[in-house]
Structures are given as C-alpha cells and as structure tokens.
Write a protein that binds this ligand. Structure first.
Ligand SMILES: Cc1ncc(COP(=O)(O)O)c(C=O)c1O
Length: 424
C-alpha cells in the first residue's frame, strides 16, 4: 500500500473501509474542547453504544425476578457465562469447553499458575520476558515464594540485546534449551505491553514442550488484537482481560483458556470454589469438590452479571466482524501511523527527537506502536494531550499508541501527524 500524508488520502481510505460503520457504534470521548484522537484502546477500549442496552436488560431482569433471575431470566444467570464462551473461544482460537469468562486477569493468572506451575526436584525455573507488565512480575514472584523458592534464582528473564529494544526470539529458544530439565514453566505476554512486540507463541510453545516445560501466555494485549490460535498451537493455558481491545468496561471480566488435554487431569493442583463444581450437582451442596471437565472448573464464584453483560455486548460485535477483517484493517491503520510518524521525522531531520521502538515488521506486532522520545519527552506528550491526542505515557520516555480497527479512522492518524508536526 502506497500511503500519502494528505487529508484527501486519509478520507479516501476511510470511505473505502469495509468496517467504517463501526466507528459510529462507539462513544468517542468528548471531555475536551478539541476533537479527540483516541489511541488508547490498548489500555481501555471505548464504550460500544450497545453496552448500555445489554446492562439495562440485566438490571430489568433483576428488578423483575430478584433471585429467580438465576433460572427465569431470558439468559439465566446460573449459566450466563455459557452465552459468552463460544464467542470468546473464537477470538482466541479455542474450543468452547477450553474457555471461560470469569474473575479478573491477575486473579486468573494466579489460579492457572496454581495448576500449571508445580515445581518438583530440579524442575523449578520460570522463563519470562524482561519488562513484563508489573502485575505479571508480582504474580511470578509471589507464586515462586508460595512454593518456598527464591524469585532471584528461580525466575529467568530474557531481555533485548544491548542497544536493542525488542527481544530476539532466538535468545528465548536458546535459553529454553539451556535451562532444559530445570525449566518448569514459560510464561510470557503474547504481545509485550511496553514495546508492542508480538511473540511467536506457536514456536515458543513447541520449544517449551520439547524440554518438558508447561507454556502459558498473558494475552492482555493480544486478545481482540491478534489472530490467536491457542488450541492449534498446543498452548497449555492463557488468560486475558477484556477491557482493552475487547471494549468490555473498566476493570471488566477476564477470559481464561486451558487446553483440552488438561481438562480431565485430576492430578492438577487447583484452588476450588463452588462455581467450578460439577453444575449438575452444584446445588446438592455436597462437601467434596468435583471439578467440571471444562475450563469452567477454574471458576470460583458465581458470575458478575453486569460485567458479563458488558462483555457480551462486545463479543456480539466481534462475532459479527470476525478477527480476519479486524486484522486486515489493523495492519493498514498501524502501517499508516508508522508512515505518518516517519514522514514527520523526515520533515524535521536532525531536529526530530523520537523513534519507533516497536517492530517494523507487521507480522511481529499488533495495533500498537511505541515511540521512544529523546529530549523533552514529557513536554511532547503533554502537548499532544492538550491538542486532544489521548495516548499513553510510560516512564521514562515512551509514548504508546494503538489505533483500533473498530473505531479509529485514517483521518485520526492524519490529524495526529499534523499535531505531532506542530509540536516539533
Ligand atoms: C499485560 C498485562 N497483564 C496484567 C494486567 C493486569 O490486569 P488486571 O488489573 O485486570 O488484573 C495488565 C493490565 O493492564 C496488563 O496489561
């Protein structure tokens, strides 16, 4: 695609966009006097206009039925999560029984690690990426301590090579081979939150399994952004939040995946709760825990229906669009953002004070571009914000931006380029 840094080109791209109608199905923020360019769908996705209707429906059911809504509501709350599983499974390339929507992301990673991080003998180590999201780092550290081990010697981080911003995947594979039978678990963010780097999850899974380790992914920045195939890639487990690319409300419910091959394994450790107990006999209230033979077994509590309703509104939209079309537009939008930043850089030559640290290869990234700013980084960010660009600041000097195919336009990107140029 030959991009052009003109308003006419951006508008033509929008006119030809098969997903253009979806922008109007979202509320675009209106809190500033400047028209907003929203590039933070990688932090909190925008609100679909349909969300209110899905939530109001459940509030009405609650008003009408009280507790009986668990069985009499149109979508009975007892099994409300079942209305979400197949649609969520499609987004991450899983079978319906391998997915459940429940709890929040950090909680789900902990619960999955209870099952899939079982250090024994010399097989204790966890391999993860350097600069993982802080919650992931705290999860790994506290899980390791929970097993009486020392995080400093048990957690092995892979960092970019000196002078580079992205991790060389060969280094991950080499470290997996080197750790060999000491490696218990590979746990990586499918897309790194800081650099936007997309890892080859299929290959990492293969390499991890080859030395006898389990492999899991935090898909916070991948779900709804990347075409993931968890089942076919043979991934052991994964979890994701739904409030970023999946637009399902602040702090909204999370998804978790457990591969079919583990679903009947009674030897797995787990922390149980009544909602993971066999639903056919759940209300017999018997004392012994009988986990279901689906991912539902990892549920602890009855479902938070209001948050689930917000997620269902979004899942219905994703089911209508499909990941394929989203990914096609994503590559065009992010490619156009990359082109626009490069054009502004060219105009300013030596004076230009930023560089894209995300991959230049579109098969190694999703929607996000991270821009490292040299010099007065925070001043540039504050200027962009004052001009209506909602981007994301990461200490010490990175601005993350993610144009989102469902609601961002090519004109948004053109306007961003004009503002960036003015800032310089
Ligand atoms: C990669 C990653 N992991 C974990 C989390 C924590 O999510 P939560 O607060 O929903 O548990 C986030 C939040 O943004 C994240 O980006």
């Amino acid at each position: 695609m030959q991009f052009e840094n003109t308003l006419a080109f951006a508008q033509q791209m929008d006119a030809n966009d098969p997903l253009k109608a979806y922008r109007n199905q979202f509320y675009l923020p209106s809190f500033t006097d400047k028209p907003v360019v929203y590039f933070t769908g990688n932090s909190l996705g925008l609100q679909p206009k349909s969300t209110k209707e899905y939530i109001l429906k459940e509030l009405d059911e609650w008003a009408k039925y009280g507790v009986e809504g668990h069985f009499l509501a149109e979508k009975p709350w007892f099994s409300y999560h079942e209305f979400l599983s197949a649609k969520a499974a499609k987004i991450v390339g899983a079978q319906e029984k391998e997915v459940v929507i429940t709890h929040s992301l950090s909680t789900n990673i902990h619960l999955l690690m209870v099952s899939f991080y079982q250090p024994k003998g010399k097989r204790t180590k966890i391999l993860c990426e350097a600069k993982a999201f802080p919650s992931d780092q705290y999860i790994l550290q506290t899980q390791v301590k929970f097993h009486g081990l020392d995080p400093d010697t048990t957690i092995v981080e892979i960092a970019p090579r000196s002078g580079e911003h992205l991790i060389n995947e060969e280094d991950i594979y080499a470290k997996i081979a080197e750790l060999g039978d000491e490696l218990a678990l590979v746990m990586i963010g499918g897309v790194n939150y800081y650099s936007g780097q997309l890892f080859d999850m299929k290959m990492i899974t293969e390499k991890g399994h080859a030395v006898g380790a389990k492999v899991g992914f935090d898909l916070a920045h991948a779900a709804g952004n990347i075409d993931v195939k968890l089942h076919d890639w043979n991934v052991d487990f994964a979890a994701w939040c739904t409030y970023k690319y999946l637009n399902s409300s602040p702090g909204g419910v999370s998804g978790l995946f457990v591969h079919e091959k583990h679903l009947k394994d009674k030897t797995l450790n787990r922390f149980g709760g009544w909602w993971g107990h066999d639903k056919k006999v759940r209300f017999l209230m018997e004392p012994d825990f009988q986990p279901m033979e689906t991912a539902e077994a990892w549920q602890l509590s009855n479902a938070p229906i209001i948050g689930m309703a917000a997620h269902l509104a979004s899942l219905d939209m994703f089911a209508e669009v499909g990941m394929e079309k989203l990914c096609t537009k994503r590559d065009l939008l992010t490619g156009y953002l990359e082109f626009t930043i490069d054009e502004v850089s060219k105009m300013y030559g030596e004076k230009c004070s930023f560089e894209i640290i995300s991959s230049r290869d579109k098969s190694k990234r999703g929607a996000q571009l991270s821009m490292l700013v040299h010099g007065e980084a925070k001043k540039l960010f504050d200027y962009l914000t004052a001009e209506g660009v909602i981007a994301d600041w990461r200490e010490p000097n990175v601005i993350r931006m993610a144009p989102v195919p469902l609601y961002n336009s090519f004109e948004d990107i053109y306007r961003f380029g004009q503002i960036l140029s003015k800032a310089l």
